[in-house]
Design a protein around this ligand. Structure first.
Ligand SMILES: [Zn+2]
Length: 737
């Protein structure tokens, strides 16, 4: 086996670097080590097994080896492997982990037979450890590559045990005091743990009860942390609604923690359908080994549990989850006109239809034409999960349930927004026009934004979220009373006219509240570095050119735009608007939505006010473009703010290509996917800043510890900044950068 001596550096959270010497063996976590391992060890196994091929067969996956055959053949084979493999590769078998699954006999009887065989044959002496332990011989099942294979009771017990482990691990996260870190660990490290098992266990009924428990455990943990235990007093119906909020997609205003009840369908479908596709490419002999008495191109012959389960899920996807078969490929009969070419499978968002290949096509060996190629391509697990969440019947029912109350309204406020990229009244009209799709019949570009989608971004330098701030974010998003306000009852506002109450509406609206300015100024310190990635000078607050007197926007980006061949500076003003009444003299109005039938109107009106205040003066007196950057306290963005992010992402992708020398051979697809990555990253950062600033506007009134702004970066070239941004898209920077 390979051996490598090296020094591993371990960076502790306080910045200390420790050195760990590595001596032998491969590097954990390096996917190529797995290949190197298999390439060096499997040929050795193969050459040994070739000598035993009449009596035994075997399968190996990395360092997991499975042998099957009669005991009299298996024991000498195992002894031989145990001798030769260590001699050839320097590795030894772990007999402690070896299990012998017996068929049609009692484990104790087989144990006795094995014992007498081993004791009477000197060549088997290395296996003596095996018969010392009766638990080696089992009849109910074994674990193969992490998946339980055996009786129903065995599988159920294994999954139940895993579910308990996960539940215990979720409890261990409870002491965390950063709410965002807690959320991300639960969502990405715990809620996903059953997916591998679920991709391989066909009998769902065996495990659905335990899995439902895990799904509840997960949402309970998030609700407990995010509402300061208030959720324990909610009615069953309220709780069902809140669970749906947590489990629903960001586009539907959810928190994106997909339940196992849905991911297990997509996990099983994707992996098994791919397995069938793979089977279709095998020769006849191999196919009959892996799929005995089965014709993969005829689902009526599918009787193995995995295949029947695949067929069941396929039917379910068609009947309940808005999936469809592609139209049959053009018939070769000359009399029939060919049907019009089918459109792209996933390019029909209005109806939400997802096109699936027909099951009999999965393993079809026929050389597909390009039209059929589209049809037989399988959706990714991620795409399938999105489909399942979108069309899950209980979610559809719940989404329409609470329309009239605060939790229902908060959900609507946090659903996806869609804006046309080009608009006549936009400050970036010319810029957006240049970026419109060029094709003759292309639809105008739309820009999408979901207020909670920032939760999906895992970044290395995310914002700290002290627990009380996190609780304000979660509780206001859910429409629940805000813990910090509940804990300070009858606190009088600075205006001396109103108590703060349990909901954030008054503090979010009252002009006397000082926290609003503090939160705003904090947000500006966060926005400034985002716009430095192109090398423009970015000034903020009092350093910004005044429009007149003391009036000025918040952020000035020097020579950011180009109009008629001349560089032009952009000033934008960031502000937040509340979607509800909170400081009117009509008490009955307070807490009501300002515009229940036009949810974007709050941010649109705030933007229009800013335009009126600044745009003319900046343009006429200073030759500067002005843009309003408006967000609502629920995270909705005004159109021009989103356009600014898209424009900036476009510029970042161009600049990145220029710096890395990729512009020499422009590849539109690469540029566009790069732009999408920069755009998503910017949207996440803005979403994060807005969510936090909104919560700060509430909390700073009661716990005035203002988070310290980050230390300013040393003034260097923008290129390292751009490379660092790119790193967060999980793409490596160019050599020598
Ligand atoms: Zn007030």
């Amino acid at each position: 086996m390979r051996s490598a001596v090296g020094k591993l550096r371990y960076h502790a959270s306080n910045g200390d670097v420790s050195i760990v010497d590595s001596k032998t063996g491969g590097q954990q976590g390096d996917p190529f080590e797995m290949l190197a391992y298999a390439a060096s060890v499997h040929p050795v196994l193969g050459s040994i097994l070739a000598k035993f091929q009449d009596d035994a067969s075997a399968a190996a996956y990395a360092d997991d080896l499975y042998l099957t055959g009669k005991l009299r053949a298996i024991l000498p084979l195992l002894a031989h492997l145990n001798e030769v493999v260590p001699a050839d590769t320097g590795m030894s078998f772990n007999l402690e982990k070896t299990r012998i699954l017996v068929k049609d006999l009692l484990p104790a009887d087989v144990h006795n037979t094995a014992k007498s065989l081993i004791e009477s044959d000197d060549r088997l002496h290395t296996l003596r450890a095996l018969v010392d332990r009766p638990e080696v011989f089992v009849a109910d099942g074994i674990i193969t590559v992490g998946v339980p294979l055996g009786t129903d009771a065995f599988v159920t017990a294994y999954v139940a045990n895993k579910c308990q482990e996960i539940s215990a691990d979720i409890d261990k996260l409870d002491p965390l005091t950063d709410g965002f870190v807690h959320y991300q660990l639960v969502r990405f490290c715990q809620a996903t743990r059953l997916q591998y098992l679920n991709a391989h266990i066909p009998k769902y009924d065996l495990t659905s009860y335990q899995q439902a428990q895990v799904d509840c455990k997960i949402t309970d943990a998030i609700l407990k942390k995010g509402t300061s235990q208030q959720s324990e007093q909610w009615s069953a119906q309220d709780k069902a609604w809140m669970r749906m909020r947590l489990q629903d997609s960001h586009a539907e205003g959810g928190f994106g923690i997909t339940p196992n009840a849905l991911t297990r369908l997509s996990a099983f479908y994707s992996s098994t359908a791919r397995f069938v596709q793979w089977g279709g490419q095998l020769g006849d002999v191999a196919q009959s080994t892996f799929f005995p008495s089965t014709d993969l191109t005829d689902p009526a012959t599918w009787h193995a549990p995995t295949l029947t389960r695949l067929r069941d899920i396929h039917t379910l996807l068609l009947s309940t989850y808005q999936c469809q078969h592609a139209p049959a490929p053009a018939s070769p009969a000359p009399s029939q006109p060919a049907p019009p070419p089918s459109s792209q499978p996933s390019a029909s968002p209005p109806t939400g239809v997802l096109v699936l290949a027909q099951l009999h096509q999965l393993a079809s060996n026929a050389q597909p034409s390009s039209a059929v190629q589209i049809v037989t391509s399988l959706p990714t697990q991620r795409r399938l999960t999105r489909q399942l969440v979108q069309h899950h019947p209980p979610f559809i029912t719940l989404r329409s349930l609470h329309l009239q109350n605060r939790p229902g309204e908060q959900q609507k406020l946090q659903t996806a927004q869609k804006y046309r990229a080009v608009a006549d009244d936009s400050a970036l009209r010319g810029e957006m026009q240049i970026l419109e799709p060029q094709a003759q019949d292309a639809e105008p570009r739309n820009l999408f934004y979901s207020p909670l989608s920032f939760l999906a971004q895992i970044t290395s330098h995310s914002q700290p979220w002290p627990l009380d701030l996190w609780q304000t974010f979660i509780s206001t998003s859910l429409g629940a009373p805000v813990p910090i306000l509940v804990h300070h009852p009858r606190t009088l506002c600075a205006c001396r006219k109103h108590n703060l109450g349990n909901q954030p509406d008054h503090v979010q609206c009252c002009p006397s509240v000082g926290a609003t300015t503090q939160a705003h100024d904090w947000a500006i310190t966060q926005l400034q570095p985002l716009f430095r990635s192109l090398g423009h000078a970015v000034r903020v607050q009092t350093a910004v050119t005044a429009s007149k007197g003391n009036q000025r926007g918040d952020v000035e980006i020097k020579d950011y735009l180009r109009h008629n061949g001349v560089d032009r500076t952009l000033v934008f003003d960031f502000s937040m608007a509340h979607d509800r009444w909170g400081a009117t003299d009509e008490p009955s109005k307070n807490g009501q939505l300002c515009y229940p039938h036009d949810l974007n109107r709050t941010v649109r009106e705030a933007a229009q006010k800013k335009v009126k205040k600044y745009q003319g003066t900046y343009a006429n007196d200073h030759g500067i473009s002005f843009l309003p950057a408006i967000a609502s306290t629920t995270g909705r963005l005004d159109a021009d703010f989103l356009r600014l992010l898209f424009w900036h992402a476009h510029r970042e992708s161009e600049e990145f290509s220029r710096l890395t020398g990729q512009l020499a051979q422009p590849n539109p697809d690469a540029v566009h996917s790069k732009r999408a990555a920069f755009f998503n990253s910017l949207k996440s950062k803005i979403g994060h800043i807005v969510a936090k600033a909104s919560a700060m506007r509430v909390n700073l009134n009661l716990s005035p510890a203002i988070p310290s702004p980050p230390r300013p970066r040393p003034n260097t070239s923008h290129a390292p900044l751009l490379y660092a941004l790119n790193l967060s898209h999980h793409v490596l920077p160019p050599q020598g950068a």
